[in-house]
Design a protein around this ligand. Structure first.
Ligand code: SAH
Ligand code: SF4
Length: 338
């Protein structure tokens, strides 16, 4: 809840409005119970316990990469549903990659989350609570957030917008929009809607193919919004916000990694302020996909550079702990279903 909403609720409980700010601050400092709100009267705390609950992300599993200290969490919520989240340590601070949905409807063929189907949307508080659990567990402050965990953020638009406003609130966690990235598979009307909000967040677009033929094979959403339409929306986004778009491109051996693909991609991205992130595909069991060879990726980058496009190979953090989202939840569901 926003401070204004809390004030409204507290007013109905017969409390002065300044209490709203206190409660808001407590909630965003990561308390798990109303009893921890020590500057609030016992009577009010009892009323809050009766009428409200604080969303909590409970740690079910935690894996720590032995290569780079990346931590991967499996969290559960009140209804027992689970999501994954990853905490990465960079020289400039901690970045959390959080989930926005339990599962995903989009069905991308290379993605473990997509293969597991959709369960439900997360609320804004469930997104916040992933950050707070990680901060508490490590005694740290998170400085950057990426919405790149399980789920498609633009398919849970209202809750995600609410989360963005809350996480950047100056009385709350105060993580500025410039420190937040949102990744989408390309739900075109929502990209326009987001662009019109003129937030200063970084938009990452999961492109993964230079044309409709290949993209529709791996990403079903492309049958609804093709590459031309998607790139037009991306141009609109960067024109409207002045922000560079980051394109994600998972390199899949023999599928989308040829020199011809690189040339086609280069031609199509011309005129967009863009950066291309090449990610060696994480081979998820059962998909039959394998990551491209290093030489292939180097050649791909050279061709893109010829078109004036900067591209880098994304450092794959936590590769020993299945840090590609969706894999840990799937493993855990398989264990429970025997
Ligand atoms: N639904 C959003 C955000 C979550 S997925 C989206 O698709 O953008 C986060 C990123 O991981 C996306 O770029 C997605 O394409 C990528 N991804 C999914 N499975 C992957 C895999 N097996 N290997 C590499 N990247 C993968
Ligand atoms: Fe959903 Fe993103 Fe996975 Fe596609 S890649 S299935 S959109 S989470």
């Amino acid at each position: 809840m926003f401070p204004e909403e809390l004030a409204e609720m507290l007013k109905d409980m017969g409390e002065p409005s300044y209490r709203a700010k206190q409660v808001f601050k407590w909630l965003h400092s990561g308390v798990n119970s109303f009893d921890e709100m020590t500057n609030i009267s016992k009577a009010l705390r009892e009323k809050l316990v009766e009428n409200c609950y604080i969303s909590k992300a409970t740690i079910e599993k935690k894996l720590i990469s032995s290569y780079d200290d990346t931590e991967k969490y499996l969290f559960s919520f009140e209804d027992g549903e689970t999501v994954e989240s990853v905490l990465m340590k960079y020289h400039h601070g901690y970045t959390a990659c959080i989930s926005t949905q339990v599962g995903c409807k989009m069905g991308c063929t290379f993605c473990a989350t997509g293969q597991g189907g959709f369960c439900r949307n997360l609320t804004a508080s469930e997104m916040l609570s992933q950050l707070q659990s990680e901060q508490k567990d490590n005694g740290i402050r998170i400085s950057n957030v990426v919405l790149m965990g399980m789920g498609e953020p633009l398919d849970n638009f209202d809750n995600v917008m609410r989360f963005l406003k809350l996480v950047s609130h100056d009385e709350g966690m105060n993580i500025g929009m410039r420190h937040i990235s949102l990744s989408t598979c390309g739900i075109v009307p929502r990209i326009y809607e987001l662009a019109d909000k003129r937030l200063q967040l970084t938009l990452s677009v999961s492109l993964h193919a230079p044309n409709d033929e290949i993209r529709s094979r791996t990403m079903p959403i492309n049958r609804k919004y093709g590459v031309d339409e998607l790139l037009k929306a991306c141009r609109y986004y960067s024109d409207n916000t002045g922000r560079r778009i980051s394109f994600e491109y998972a390199m899949i051996d023999g599928v989308n990694d040829s020199d011809a693909c690189a040339r086609e991609l280069g031609g199509r991205l011309k005129g967009i302020i863009a950066h291309v992130n090449l990610i060696p595909v994480n081979a998820v069991g059962g998909t039959g996909y394998h990551k491209s060879k290093k030489e292939r990726m180097d050649s791909f980058i050279k061709i893109l550079e010829g078109f004036g496009i900067t591209a880098t190979i994304r450092r794959t953090l936590g590769s020993d702990i299945n840090a590609s989202c969706g894999q840990l939840r799937r493993q855990s569901l398989n264990e429970t279903s025997g």
